[in-house]
Write a protein that binds this ligand. Sequence first.
Ligand code: FDA
Length: 501
Amino acid sequence: ANGAHVPAVAIGSGYGAAVSALRLGEAGVQTTVLEMGRLWNEPGEDGKVFCTMTAPDERSMWFKRRTEAPLSTLLWLDVVNRDIDPYPGVLDRVNYDDMSVYVGRGVGGGSLVNGGMAVVPRRDYFEAVLPGVDAAAMYDRYFPLALAELQVNTIDPAFYEKTEYYRFSRVAAAQAEAAGLKTVFVPDVYDFEYMEREAAGTAPKSALGGEVIYGNNAGKMSLDKTYLASALATGNVTIAARHEVRSIAIDANGDYVLTVDHRDDANEVIETKRITCRHLFLGAGSLGTTELLLRARETGALPDLDEAVGSGWGPNGNVMTARANHLWSPTGLKQSTIPVMGIDDWDNPDARVFAELAPLPAGIETWISLYLAITDNPERGRFTYDAATDKAVLDWRLEQAQPGVAAAKSMFDRINKKHGTSYRYDLFGDDRAFADDFCYHPLGGCVLGEATDAYGRLNGYERLYATDSSLIPGSIGVNPLVTITALAERNLEAILAADFA
Ligand code: FDA
């Protein structure tokens, strides 16, 4: 309510915020979660909560007039995107000059729209990226804890080998192996037993029905079913959806003062609330957390925040690309939306790449093998605060994506050479073979041990914490959700022991 004072607030409801809410709630700390997106629990007129990728409607995207899908064209034709009414849809694409970032909006954050690939990073790379974190504790305790809480599971290889829904993956894996590359199964939070029932026709289709980036109506163990459900069950946590935190200040008692807009579906402000709290946990994601902190520092509301806030940002080396297969290598009319295999060439010192074998569930045979490559790109961007628009702007130039493109190209050139195939140039809106101007894995902006102490406490203030992907400096070598979750578990344990005594 307006004017409320609560012991703890978590901003956002993605991985960092959800872990914070559960562990605070368990410790008996009354916690309010403020999430700008919707609570996705009510079916629309079609009886479904979320829309599909092939027939997107207003529920698909965050206040857009037309969908902005990652693969925007087919044969250069604008056949993918659809006009939609502006609405608080579940997927946002935040467009900066040379980089667009996809993020989830809703109670559950990115877990509502992502592929659910749940990969523990390589220990040597983790240690290099976050040298200030005790890796032994992470690998012995916090990674296993995160995997258990997130309900991570792995596809049954027998199902994988025979189902038509993973033909696309088997084709791409066999081609990679023939080119001398190593493939690995990738665990996921999607319930593979449920998927087998979808395939058998005994359960409604979600992953096998073309649902993922605009939400899954079943099967996916998103955060609203795991961490956030457990948090609510403690009785100490409340979640307020469509509540957007606009600004953070501090009062004479050292309490944090939030200005929060409660908005309706037309995005009109219903009420602007003032909420104060003793402990503030930022979990608004790499973009959201960094923007709130930069705004606070640059407007003078929290002037002592570290100069490092805003820097150390990267797209986790994301590069998307696609190959055209021969007519005798169809990739399948039916494709699961959940990737379950990757090409692991991270040991290649000249071109470290971990590439997921991505589906393209177009409903027609396309002969396309699609990949999301994660590369070891050392380039970093920086956010600055633009007072005129009151927004954070990202300084990342297109040429900074080049090291990632070069690494991905060396992997897929190798596969093309082996099989006499070529790239597809018609999928990304122009004639590029490599999509290097958007990412799914924004990381950094409030880097652990630089803008914060070793546990995410913001330098310059007390009882103020970053908990999410903003802590990871730009790259982690695999899909990041497990690392974000495990790091939040580790940080919360230390914070609860020391700051709530
Ligand atoms: P996250 O972004 O999840 O949540 C932040 C929340 O804060 C959002 O709900 C947002 O609306 C809210 N918020 C922001 N500003 C706010 C404000 N001012 N006030 C109130 N609320 C605010 N990763 C992976 O490991 N495996 C995968 O398979 C994939 N696949 C994938 C596909 C797609 C399409 C996307 C977009 C992303 C992925 N990812 C992924 C990435 C993964 O989803 C991402 O890294 C995490 O969701 C980031 O978690 P955070 O906790 O940092 O924030």
